[in-house]
Structures are given as C-alpha cells and as structure tokens.
Design a protein around this ligand. Sequence first.
Ligand code: SF4
Ligand SMILES: [Zn+2]
Length: 125
Amino acid sequence: MDITKTTCPRCHQPIDKQAITCPYCHVQLKAYGHPGITLHRASGDQYLCDSCIYHADDSCNFPQRPYAKECTLYQNIEERELELQQLREANSFLNTVKNWIRRNQPLLLMLTLLLVCLIIAMLQL
Ligand code: SF4
Ligand SMILES: [Zn+2]
C-alpha cells in the first residue's frame, strides 16, 4: 500500500494521509485544520480511552476522559507496545554486533592490515 495513503475511519475509502477532511464523506480527520494534528475517532460505541496508553498509565487529565470519542493525543496501547518491541529488537541486534566486534578485534585488525597491504600491492602493479 502507498505510504502516503490511508483509509477513512468512517467510509473506509482510500484517502491521502495529510487530508484534513475525507473527500468522500467529509468527516474531519485533522484537528484545528492542521495536517500534522491527527484527530483520532472512536468507532462504534467504544471509547478511545479504553485502548489509550495515557488512560492505562493514569497520566491523562483531559476532561473528556474516560469517555473520549475524539482525541488528538490518543495513543493506542498495542501499537505503542509493537513500536517498543521493534525498538528492543533493533537494540538487541545492535548490541550483538557491538559485542561481536569487541570480541573479534584482533581478527578485524588483521583483516584491515591485510586489506591495506593488498591495496598497496595493487597500486604498485
Ligand atoms: S489522551 Fe484522549 S484518548 Fe487518551 S485517555 Fe486522554 S482523553 Fe482518553
Ligand atoms: Zn470518509
């Protein structure tokens, strides 16, 4: 799917991510008419707060909590967990590479010297 596209939460038509209102059903998608401020909406009879990280950690002091149907600060718990998980995996891969380099420093030094010698030898030909 095109990364500049998303689907309208109401009519599910493909729309531009920056769209302020849906061109099909005209539902408002961004707050204050600003493309950078997403206006999240609850679907059906659910409330956004039920799946929001700021409700879970009790850090939200918006007056509409816990019955928000629209919110600009909504952060989905599962999406946040997924992001953190990906970050942890990336960090763990980075640490593995760092540890491997630390353990194999003499070998890497030898290979670097060999490569430098090879380049010098080739330049002399
Ligand atoms: S940030 Fe919005 S959705 Fe999240 S708990 Fe507060 S009012 Fe509810
Ligand atoms: Zn729509």
